[in-house]
Write a protein that binds this ligand. Structure first.
Ligand code: FAD
Length: 585
């Protein structure tokens, strides 16, 4: 890995991965993190900012697990107020504000939400139940929501009546509305937040990260303390895959729903600590569900809370919350999950009539909740938990995408700090030390004022997309386009730029700098193409991107074909709604 131009722009492609694997084995790391989701990414960044050397091993791709399948919000979780989780809401709203205002403002964007409250009413012959919440209660909740973050929310909250809501949201059936509360949270890209968090740590020069490197065992020293891990490289033919040993003074298990599997290594856990629940999302074009704001709705089936979330010219609908006990890598949205969401949306937005044919994509993810006997899925706390085992293994579970920095800080300051007395390397223990902007952070104003943006002839939707997804990285993408006409080409021209803003130039940037190993890594975990583009176009996209990867990384034709097939299988598994062909040309 090298950073020829400036520390901002590290080159780290698949071709540099082998040298990173060598680097992994050269020293004893101060901290080794198992898991490259947002929790592991946050810990690596936090520890490196505090001066520790860090190795991060991920058995699949970065953000492979829950961290690319969330509702993609940095939010305080207004619904947790009903569960009296005031501490959690304060923590989450405070972190949300930091992400939105300072850390990475191009990626974390304010989004207005509506929470409607109904009296009993009849819609389309169906008797709808009266909302359990009252306007007073919700108005107070919205006030508390702002109070808990020191009134630093974006915009102000308000309560509107039926007539106003009709004007604000004509697609929504406001009949019987008692009132609706408007408040703000934020939209983000969870996979990009995870990647940028890892790369922000990498830029310190103290971190080594390797994807497709599975931890298979824990190493113990003569005092029966953990002194490293055994890991297997999952790239290349499996019969050639060798196990390597990576030494470390401390090891953190940040493997989300896989936590119990790591705990089983070395020592049997007394009880399982993870309870996985599945949550799905479906995506439709915004023209199909023309909302102007996000909605927090209660399901007409069981009164559960879920969202309708506009993202530029698409709308995401989700999520569900059902217990899941299968293989975490085989978790998909099915028609039953989608029907649950559609039933309520199609009643409350009567003209939407969302059918399978209207869907663009779907995805599912698992919540790594801490097991709490006797509680229903939605009642289980979203608070995080840090455990320290007698052999020194640290395990961190639960929490939220939004609170990853605070989780990492708690691990370092409430746990590792105590180890310093026992000879662990000294590190900076100042609270809030890593609460600084990401290196790629860029304000909209600075983006618009930059010369390369002002001189660009690209369509405004493409420019908006490059800014939102990459921040300062977007400036580099634009600079790199100069004289390279192929990179200006759009990924797909069948859609207009508002719903298909991707260009080959950003894919070139990802391949060279963000170490995707497989085609699916680019399209599902660096970009949102895998679930925002209809499956019928995915074969064509796969062919184009695989060719670019072949040109840059020197893949063989055989490898290219295998990568395309692997990606198409990924799309098929996530497209219960489409039975047609996925042609590759
Ligand atoms: P993961 O992202 O699952 O990462 C764990 C990683 O460990 C995986 O990549 C896995 O491959 C790796 N791993 C496992 N075993 C090994 C091994 N042996 N060796 C090496 N690596 C290994 N939070 C919010 O703040 N906002 C939201 O809008 C939101 N929406 C959500 C919606 C849904 C449907 C769900 C399920 C969760 C949502 N959350 C949200 C919660 C949030 O997404 C999760 O708390 C967070 O992503 C968990 O991250 P993680 O890093 O702990 O787990």
């Amino acid at each position: 890995m090298n950073s020829k131009e400036s520390p901002l722009y590290l080159n780290y492609s698949e071709n540099e991965r082998d040298s990173e694997i060598e680097r992994l084995q050269k020293i004893e790391w101060d901290l080794l993190v198992i898991g490259g989701g947002i929790t592991g990414a946050g810990i690596a960044r936090e520890a490196a900012f505090r001066g520790l050397t860090v190795a991060l091993l991920e058995m699949n791709d970065f953000a492979y697990g829950t961290s690319s399948g969330s509702s993609k919000l940095a939010h305080g979780g207004i619904r947790y107020l009903a569960q009296r989780e005031f501490g959690l809401v304060r923590e989450a709203t405070t972190e949300r504000n930091w992400l939105r205002d300072k850390a990475i403002p191009h990626l974390v964007r304010p989004l207005q939400f509506i929470y409607p409250i109904f009296s009993e009413r009849n819609v389309g012959g169906r008797q709808l139940p009266r909302s359990k919440d009252s306007v007073r209660k919700i108005r107070f909740a919205a006030f508390l929501y702002d109070l808990l973050c020191g009134f630093h929310n974006y915009g102000s909250r308000e309560v509107v009546k039926e007539k106003s809501l009709r004007e604000l949201e004509p697609a929504f059936d406001s009949t019987g509305l008692v009132g609706a509360v408007l408040y703000y949270d934020t939209n983000l890209g969870d996979e990009r937040l995870t990647i940028e968090t890892i790369w922000d740590g990498l830029r310190t020069g103290l971190v080594c990260v390797v994807n497709y490197m599975a931890v298979t065992d824990l190493m113990l020293d003569s005092a029966v303390k953990i002194c490293g891990v055994v890991a297997k490289n999952r790239i290349g033919p499996s019969d050639e895959a060798e196990s390597i040993q990576v030494r470390a003074k401390a090891v953190v298990n940040a493997t989300g729903v896989w936590t119990d599997r790591i705990l089983e290594m070395g020592q049997k856990p007394e009880v399982k600590i993870i309870r996985s629940t599945k949550g799905v999302h479906i995506a439709v074009p915004r023209s199909k569900l023309p909302v102007n704001r996000a909605f927090g709705l209660r399901s007409l089936d069981d009164d559960r809370f879920f969202f309708v979330l506009p993202r530029n010219d698409w709308v995401l609908i989700g999520t569900t919350d059902t217990d899941f006990s299968g293989d975490p890598s085989e978790c998909y949205c099915n028609s039953e999950d989608a029907d649950y969401l559609r039933r309520t949306v199609n009643v409350l937005f009567p003209d939407a009539k969302i059918e399978n044919d209207d869907l663009l994509g779907s995805y599912a993810a698992l919540r790594p909740l801490v097991y709490e006997p006797g509680k229903s899925e939605s009642e289980v706390s979203r608070k995080h938990l840090i455990l320290e085992r007698s052999d020194g293994l640290l395990t961190i579970v639960g929490g939220k995408l939004t609170t990853y920095r605070k989780m990492a800080e708690d691990l370092l300051l409430d746990h590792l700090k105590k180890w310093i007395k026992k000879g662990y390397p000294k590190f900076s223990t100042r609270k809030g030390l890593a609460k600084v902007p990401y290196t790629v952070a860029l304000s909209l104003e600075d983006w618009k004022n930059s010369k390369v943006v002002r001189n660009s002839t690209l369509d405004s939707n493409i420019l908006r997309h490059l800014y939102q997804q990459y921040g300062k990285g977007g400036l580099l993408i634009l600079r790199n386009l100069e004289g390279k006409t192929q990179l200006i080409e759009r990924l797909l021209t069948e859609y207009p730029t508002n719903v298909c803003p991707w260009i080959l130039g950003e894919i070139d940037y990802i391949i060279r700098r963000e170490c995707p190993v497989h085609l699916v890594d680019v399209l599902a975990r660096r970009m949102e193409v895998a679930w925002l583009v209809h499956p019928k176009y995915q074969g064509k996209i796969a062919g184009r991107v695989a060719q670019l990867m072949t040109n840059i990384l020197g893949w063989s034709e055989e490898r290219k074909d295998a990568e395309i097939q692997q990606y198409i299988n990924h799309v098929k598994r996530n497209s219960f709604f489409y039975e047609g062909e996925i042609a590759t040309s």
